[in-house]
Design a protein around this ligand. Sequence first.
Ligand code: HEC
Length: 192
Amino acid sequence: MSGGPIDPSHREETQSSVNAAGMRMFIFSMAAAMLFFVYVSFLSGGVDLKEVKEVAPEAAQTVAAAAPEKPVDVSGITEPWIEDERMVAHGKKLYGVNCAACHGAEGKGDGIAGASLNPKPRNLIEGKWKKGGDSLGLFTTLTKGIEGTSMQGYSHMPAKDRWALVQFIRSITTDKVAEKAEDVAKKAASLK
Ligand code: HEC
């Protein structure tokens, strides 16, 4: 049958076996096209993944450089209003998470989330405090917020963390309002 010379009496049968072969060819080429498609979109698309992998270590370094080095242990500090480098470092960490979106990564009041606000988030470097830039004033602002603005109160945050933020702000601002440590201490202990 197949392979032999075409016998007119078998024409129909032969015709249909040619069609079957054509169908096999068609399916085969569709499969080949699919494989090629898979190759192009996934396997050769893997170049992107490779690039990401290569960039990743650098990106990780950048993030590590921007983030504070290690978690800061402030557990032994009982008077968090007293200037202490550990409190500043702890405050820096809290600032990055809670405040930078509005006040900017460097405190210049240029955070993405603050761009369309009115009034604008304060430039903490310049200061020009509305509510008082001494430790007690900043602590009160952080606790209560500023009414009628998007500066909300952070009374839900532990007092120690708010003091850490106060210390961090006072460490970066050029408008560091003078104060006497003993005056601060007298009032600070009773603030919640
Ligand atoms: C949703 C945006 C937003 C976030 C988040 C935010 N702030 Fe503010 N903040 C503002 C705005 C707006 C003002 C300016 C209000 C004004 O001018 O009356 C402000 C003002 C301030 C002031 C100035 C107070 C003064 O006496 O003038 C300080 C200090 C401050 N924020 C600290 C912080 C700290 C610390 C955090 C994080 C715990 C924080 N803010 C989070 C929007 C924000």
